[in-house]
Design a protein around this ligand. Structure first.
Ligand code: DON
Length: 304
């Protein structure tokens, strides 16, 4: 399969969509990103990387961090993690509070904000600095020492974190958050502010396509069964309340972020990351979803 030629065709075909959609500006620092970026990188299990456009440009990974934070928490707690957070799609916006009250503060899944805050709480209770543990984990996963979070973006989000603070306090009132709320929010905003490129993110996600093992280092991140389970959660909950439409169009487990990145994996073959900052109404990258739909259509490869 000539992945490079396919990615080049996608890059050309996607041009009319670039600059469309809305860059997330509820975090002011993110609103400064040029909307017409497009990058895409696909890494196969043998470590070969096929990339086009802005595939090496770092961007704010935002909620894609929830995937890796959840991986770490799953490593730490195993199946006990599901006492703290559910595994069902929410059918609501990622930052919605409505379900929390009538479900006694138990978040639906680890990829909406409420669930991610519980996951960050788990990490805060185990590590002196949860965001540093996550940064180091990501460095190992993709084999790049330079990965870090962007202090400006973290501060910008912290200054506009009222809804996440409300959510965390509300969950704490149900006994669902163990650590001080401000410490959890600080760590959460920093983890969302981690910057990585498409190439780095595709490499970091490759263990999911490889039964839980990082192909080039041999590090076992998760056993095969939890790897399957995490990928299943990406399929049902990884792209906000558009997960159904996303799976219909793309047919891959994925996790998106409001920075415009989407990571997806094809088990036993490859991991891919696409980035374009213009978002659709649900917060997924407009050009990114289209690019992934074309990828699975042109290659004839998906999980189905
Ligand atoms: O909590 C927030 O608003 C962001 N830092 C993360 C948003 C995001 O990418 C969407 N999450 N599922």
């Amino acid at each position: 399969m000539d992945y490079t030629a396919i990615l080049e065709r996608i890059r050309d075909d996607v041009q009319p969509l670039l600059g469309k959609g809305r860059v997330a500006d509820y975090i002011p620092q993110l609103g400064k990103v040029r909307p017409d970026h497009f990058g895409m990188a696909l890494v196969t299990l043998d470590g070969r990387c096929h990339a086009v456009g802005d595939a090496t440009v770092p961007f704010s990974i935002q909620s894609i961090s929830k995937l890796f934070a959840c991986t770490l928490a799953f490593q730490l707690l195993g199946e006990d993690l599901w006492q703290r957070v559910g595994r069902e799609p929410s059918g609501n916006a990622f930052n919605s509070l409505v379900q929390l009250e009538y479900e006694q503060g138990l978040p639906r899944n680890p990829f909406i904000n409420a669930g991610a805050l519980v996951v960050t709480d788990v990490l805060c209770s185990r590590f002196v600095q949860a965001e540093s543990a996550l940064v180091q984990f990501l460095r190992r996963l993709c084999g790049k020492d330079g990965i870090d979070y962007d202090g400006e973006v973290a501060r910008s989000e912290l200054a506009h974190a009222d809804r996440n603070l409300a959510m965390a306090h509300f969950m704490k009132s149900f006994g669902r958050i163990e650590m001080p709320v401000q410490a959890v929010i600080d760590a959460y905003c920093r983890q969302c502010a981690i910057t990585m490129s498409c190439e780095e993110l595709a490499r970091a996600a490759l263990f999911l396509a490889n039964g839980g093992v990082v192909p080039w280092s041999g590090e076992r991140v998760l056993a095969p069964s939890p790897t399957k389970r995490l990928s299943a959660l990406m399929l049902t909950c990884g792209t906000y309340d558009e997960a159904g439409d996303f799976v219909y169009r793309v047919g891959l487990p994925a996790k998106s972020g409001v920075g415009g990145g989407i990571v997806a994996v094809l088990p036993r073959r490859w991991a891919v990351c696409v980035w374009s900052p213009g978002l659709d109404h649900s917060g997924n990258s407009l050009a990114g979803v289209q690019a992934l739909e074309w990828l699975t259509t042109l290659t004839g490869q998906s999980i189905f």
